[in-house]
Design a protein around this ligand. Structure first.
Ligand code: ASP
Length: 325
């Protein structure tokens, strides 16, 4: 009798505890899985960075974050979809310098505006650009590459991830400096473009470092130079463009997380905090650094700082890039 009463009392306590806990929990974001749209194919820089960061964020938030690769039109198809998603914090996007800046001048009919249709969450990584080539591409170094591409501009081709992607825009910049217009070969991301480069099906590519480090170290592709002021610790033997004779070519991209416009400030704050916690995690940090990423410093970590970056990058690219024809 006593034990039955004790069980009943225990159950009552439990029930009241549950009824006390349940409503509070129901109001706490997130209560279900989150979808992270990646606007390029799996295995590319945006996908890799997203997976590294979101797997840690999922632990912090206590919910799964599922990556959905939505490809096409240099990342703008996915970004338009993310802009129209419900602004409830359950559909987010990892955008970048292409989708959230360079696409503005390149696509006059862009179905979204990076500033008006998104709430910035957090900058995840800076990604230096490298000039890469298939391993049997004849030029030995950057000087020879420049001469070769100028002499063979009608024959050589450059892989990229679609009009407005970082790889496209970066090589456009390079081609403008060299005053050449080689053929571009579009892929759904630089993951598949890298596979084609490794297989020797395309000649060269201007890619973000994250995609390139494992291949350069494995000797499956050539790296002529990194387009930043300093060498990258992950690739100490790859010269800077200045060291290799082409100082005018400077390029570093960035990848960042965004939510549809109107997502509540509380949700943005909790996503920003989870993203920063991920960036400060030793394992996450080590992985990102091994892949050559630049981890955002304290002043770059707020949603406001990301909003400013987007604004400045649109202003920077708009006079440089003309609408795609
Ligand atoms: N970031 C893209 C990717 O992840 C490629 C690009 O923008 O060039 O494939």
């Amino acid at each position: 009798m006593t034990s039955i009463r004790a069980i009943a009392a225990g159950a009552a306590v439990l029930a009241s505890l549950c009824s006390f806990v349940a409503p509070a929990k129901a109001q706490t974001y997130p209560t279900r899985g989150i979808t992270m749209i990646v606007p390029f194919a799996a295995g590319g820089p945006t996908d890799v960075i997203s997976r590294i960061v979101t797997s840690h964020m999922a632990q912090t938030l206590g919910q799964s974050i599922v990556i959905e690769n939505v490809v096409g039109a240099g990342g703008t198809t996915a970004t338009a979809r993310a802009a129209r998603a419900a602004n409830d914090g359950y559909t987010l996007i990892t955008g970048h310098m292409g989708t959230h800046a360079a696409s503005v001048p390149l696509y006059p009919k862009l179905a979204y505006h990076p500033e008006k249709d998104f709430e910035p969450i957090a900058l995840l990584a800076g990604t230096p650009i490298l000039i890469l080539a298939r391993k049997d591409f004849p030029p030995k170094d950057l000087e020879e590459f420049v001469a070769y591409v100028k002499a063979n501009a009608e024959k050589v081709n450059a892989a990229h991830a679609g009009i407005g992607s970082v790889s496209h825009v970066s090589c456009e910049l390079l081609h403008a400096i060299l005053d050449v217009k080689p053929v571009g070969v579009p892929f759904n991301g630089t993951g598949p473009a890298m596979n084609a480069l490794v297989a020797g099906q395309v000649d060269y590519m201007c890619d973000q470092i994250v995609n390139a480090v494992p291949q350069i170290n494995a000797g499956t592709i050539k790296a002529y130079a990194i387009a930043t002021a300093e060498r990258n610790p992950s690739l100490p033997n790859v010269p800077t463009t200045a060291e290799a004779g082409l100082p005018a070519f400077q390029a570093q991209a960035w990848n960042a997380m965004f939510a549809p416009k109107g997502t509540s400030p509380a949700i943005i704050a909790s996503l920003n905090a989870a993203a920063l916690k991920a960036l400060d995690d030793e394992t996450v940090k080590k992985r990102l650094l091994e892949l050559g990423s630049v981890i955002p410093g304290p002043a770059e970590r707020t949603p406001e700082a990301l909003a400013t970056l987007v604004k400045n990058e649109i202003a920077k690219w708009s006079p440089v890039l003309k609408p795609a024809t």
